[in-house]
Ligand binder design. Structure first.
Ligand SMILES: [Ca+2]
Ligand SMILES: [Ca+2]
Length: 212
């Protein structure tokens, strides 16, 4: 999918023209590509977001793609707390599930003076993002209680899976098991700090302080 995507973009001559104008960009520029008619729950700081994103340099070359084999699944992160580059924390606010945006991020709010990997120093970057789900207040005890079906104050993978399934079904996009397994592995890698296979309420609330 991504390869085709790049190809489609590189065919647009306008892309390069616009890119030149963006060189001096100081702030994040967001452009809504498409938005579902039903857009009630919008993302805010502290929400758990599941999204695909593809990163491009201004010349249209791609440096990141969440659909490739390496990453392979939509990325899962908490919005507004520095888990993604600053420009995405800013540019992905007020999005709803199913919405697509093009977000242009100046170097200062992306990979900075040094660049990173394929991203050269001082590079403005462009992200095409697609939000798959937005979970309200994921790091609140309220949400924790909701996920914790047997109310034993810790989350098993099965409980998280049930919750994810409900979320995706609510969004009208149910997925297959391997899809959920990948996301769950990602969540546990980030949250299950003592690696006991359970997410305790304490581990779950890891970001609480950042939000306040
Ligand atoms: Ca439990
Ligand atoms: Ca644990």
């Amino acid at each position: 999918i991504c390869i085709l995507y790049v190809f489609a973009l590189s065919k647009l001559d306008l892309w390069a023209v616009l890119a030149t104008a963006d060189e001096l960009l100081k702030e994040v520029k967001t452009e809504v590509v498409s938005k579902p008619e039903q857009c009630t729950q919008k993302s805010k700081k502290g929400d758990l977001i599941n999204a695909h994103y593809d990163g491009y340099l201004l010349d249209g070359s791609q440096f990141y793609c969440s659909r490739t084999d390496k990453a392979g699944h939509p990325q899962w992160f908490v919005l507004g707390v520095g888990q993604v580059i600053k420009g995405l924390d800013i540019g992905m606010m007020d999005m709803c599930a199913g919405e697509k945006r093009k977000i242009t991020v100046p170097s200062d709010l992306a990979f900075g003076k040094n660049g990173k990997g394929p991203v050269p120093p001082n590079a403005t970057v462009v992200f095409e993002v697609e939000v798959l789900s937005v979970s309200r207040g994921p790091r609140s005890m309220e949400a924790f209680t909701l996920i914790d079906l047997d109310q034993d104050r810790s989350l098993t993978k099965a409980e998280v899976k049930e919750y994810l399934k409900l979320e995706y079904e609510k969004g009208g996009k149910p997925r297959d098991d391997p899809f959920y397994e990948k996301i769950i592995a990602d969540i546990f890698r980030k949250s299950d700090r003592d690696r006991d296979g359970l997410i305790s309420s304490k581990e779950y609330n890891i970001y609480e302080h950042d939000e306040l």
